[in-house]
Design a protein around this ligand. Structure first.
Ligand code: HEM
Length: 354
């Protein structure tokens, strides 16, 4: 009687060679993607570390609390000799959708306690050019590689037993990373203002401008507020949503404006290292005026469905080899993938899980 479990047939020599070739290819791919056998940090590991357990469903895994903004960017034309980016040619006015946010994974965090504030912008021209930028209040990064940043996040995470990070581990990390000095100097000197409209937001990472001859120049950019610092209206005080309320109130009086300043690197600057500040004497150009007209809650605002991936660049702008910059694309995509999956095409299951 034939066995009910036929013996597996031996793989022929030809199949064996094909199998080994495929295994080598897949193995090589996984190795390059940092999934085993290497010290690379993956986007999934970053997001696992950044998101709370349980996560706030439907929200960004970083900068979860924010507010949508809309307006336009009016080019001065002064940057046009250095880039053929459409957005910076003379007489170009480009609408944008953007977002002010505070750093952190908690969409209910009190605005005024956040250590970092942010501005993100998305531009889409009628000819198909796209530009997305996400900027923060610090001028530099604490560390220069995704691996070191991952270790820093780990050290700053609360110990499950005490609910607080371990100060000895934090001290040991910073002692072992002298490149954190400029970031710590910034932290010491930074005085948060009472408004999203009076902060300065920095690209931190450097990019290349590319002109019509193909020549490239390394730059960093900063959004410099036109409004002066002011006191918080007493009707708002230290409300949890103070920065959002202040912005809405301010916009009822007048639009909010920023100057978009580009600083050019010299031979002394390393454009791949985001931990080193560039001297304020570097040549700068006022490329455009950003005018914000409108604000709306992120839950129903146009910014919610946008992934502000800083590697989405128009012709005339290109990424440098800065490893932090290049890691951001995958991390933002992973955060976006998770929150998009949870929002069920934007319907009502968006909510804060507490
Ligand atoms: C490897 C380093 C970094 C990682 C892993 C990281 C991670 C993330 C993630 C996961 C998000 C949420 C994305 C989404 O769901 O749409 C995010 C948002 C953001 N990041 Fe980063 N980030 C990094 C570096 C930076 C730097 C250097 C800056 C500033 C120059 C920055 C500025 C922002 C801003 C402004 C947002 C909010 C964008 C929005 O409003 O949607 N990030 N980041």
């Amino acid at each position: 009687m034939p066995s009910p479990h036929p013996r597996p047939r031996k793989m022929s020599r030809g199949y064996l060679i094909i199998f080994l070739l495929i295994a080598a290819f897949v193995g090589g791919f996984l190795y390059a993607a940092g999934m085993f056998g290497s010290t690379t940090t993956s986007a999934q590991q970053f997001i696992d570390l950044q998101e709370p357990d349980p996560p706030h469903l439907g929200f960004r895994r970083a900068h979860a609390k924010g507010i949508c903004i809309q307006g336009e960017l009016i080019s001065t034309g002064l940057l046009a000799p250095f880039t053929d980016a459409e957005f910076f040619q003379a007489d170009v006015t480009q609408p944008f959708i953007g977002r002010f946010s505070i750093a952190g994974a908690n969409p209910l965090a009190p605005d005024l306690d956040a250590p970092v504030r942010s501005m993100a912008l998305s531009f889409s021209s009628s000819s198909g050019q796209r530009w997305r930028t996400a900027m923060n209040t610090p001028t530099v990064m604490p560390v220069a590689t995704p691996e070191d940043l991952y270790q820093q996040f780990k050290v700053l995470a609360p110990n499950p037993d005490t609910g607080k990070p371990d100060p000895d581990k934090i001290r040991a990390f910073f002692d072992a990373h002298p490149e954190t000095a400029a970031f710590n100097d910034w932290k010491q000197s930074y005085r948060p203002t009472n408004s999203f409209a009076t902060e300065q937001y920095n690209s931190i990472n450097a990019f290349y401008l590319i002109d019509s001859q193909g020549q490239r120049r390394a730059v960093r950019w900063t959004m410099v507020p036109q409004a002066k610092t002011s006191s918080m209206p007493s009707s708002i005080g230290d409300a949890p949503d103070a920065l959002q309320l202040e912005l809405a109130q301010r916009l009822q009086q007048a639009p909010v404006q920023f100057d978009l300043m580009f600083a050019f690197a010299t031979d002394q600057d390393d454009e791949t290292n985001p931990t080193i500040p560039w001297p304020s004497t570097r040549h700068t150009i006022n490329a455009a005026t950003l005018i914000i007209h409108k604000v709306s809650a992120q839950e129903d605002g146009a910014c919610n469905g946008i992934n502000f991936n800083p590697l989405v660049l128009p012709q005339g702008l290109a990424p440098t080899a800065d490893r932090i910059l290049n890691a951001r694309g995958a991390a933002y995509a992973e955060s976006y993938r998770r929150r998009a999956q949870e929002t069920f095409f934007g319907s009502s299951i968006i909510g804060v899980k507490e």
